[in-house]
Unconditional design. Structure first.
Length: 71
């Protein structure tokens, strides 16, 4: 990958994050605190999903790639 592509990617990522933040705040009626709470709840849900999926994967298949997570 050329080095000139990296600054563009970070600018695109920043724009995407700004748009996502604006969308989350708008979805919560402009309340930034409510948007943050919603993101925390969503993150906790996703973490629990990851934990469940890791437990469902065969240890032989994963070959110890995952550290046990007791979240």
């Amino acid at each position: 990958m050329p080095q000139s592509a990296a600054p563009n990617d970070s600018a695109d990522d920043a724009d995407r994050l700004e748009a996502a933040a604006d969308e989350a705040i708008a979805a919560c009626g402009g309340d930034v605190r409510a948007a943050l709470k919603a993101m925390i709840v969503a993150n906790e849900f996703l973490e629990s999903e990851v934990c469940e999926l890791r437990q469902a994967v065969s240890h032989a298949y994963a070959r110890g790639r995952f550290k046990p997570y007791n979240g």
